[in-house]
Design a protein around this ligand. Structure first.
Ligand code: COA
Length: 155
């Protein structure tokens, strides 16, 4: 059985991450990310990958929003690798990085309320998040009728 692990993303992963996010975006689970955005934010990403091989089976990113706030975004696991705990481990790895960076709060915008609740996130009113957080939302086809749930974890 192939051995999988979490590691920081590398430049060779970008095409895989792009495809993975596009597949999820087609099902309206999350927003796609353009190549230029993925290249410039590559250091935000952690990926799930086989020890031997170039594929990427999952990804998640931690995007710093402000001095006391970061966003967990672009979380996706390929369907064949879901429900094995990898999604949780990716989120935990991003949260752990936030702690290392000295951040006090992480948030996410999601449809997967129970998944994030299990990890310690709590639902908050979107007004509780700073205005800057919404800068990407204008690119969303659903803007301004956003139906995602805002969830926060205090660290
Ligand atoms: C959301 C997503 C990333 C979760 O990834 P995942 O790898 O399946 O996550 P986990 O395996 O850690 O947890 C998923 C569920 O499987 C369960 N699970 C974990 N390990 C398990 C195991 N060994 N056996 C049975 N169930 C297990 C968890 O309890 C969890 O249940 P919950 O969702 O009711 O809390 C994945 O479903 C996905 O990519 N979805 C499409 C994109 C998306 O919606 N992204 C979120 C945008 S914020």
């Amino acid at each position: 059985m192939e051995e999988l692990y979490l590691r920081p993303a590398r430049i060779q992963d970008v095409r895989h991450i792009h495809g993975l996010l596009l597949d999820c975006a087609r099902q309206e689970f999350l927003l796609p990310r353009a190549y230029n955005e993925l290249y410039s934010h590559l250091r935000d990403f952690i990926v799930l990958a086989p020890r031997d091989g170039l594929q990427v089976y999952g990804c998640c990113s931690l995007a710093i929003a402000w001095e006391d706030l970061a966003e967990i975004r672009s979380l996706a696991i390929m369907p064949e690798y879901q429900k094995l705990g990898w999604g949780s481990r990716l989120v935990e790895a991003c949260v752990s990085e936030a702690v290392t960076l000295g951040l006090y709060r992480v948030f996410t915008l999601t449809y997967k309320k129970s998944f994030f609740e299990r990890l310690g996130f709590v639902e908050v009113n979107k007004d509780k998040l700073p205005q800057k957080v919404w800068s990407d939302c204008i690119h969303c086809p659903k803007f301004p009728e956003c139906d995602e749930i805002a969830m926060v974890m205090e660290l």
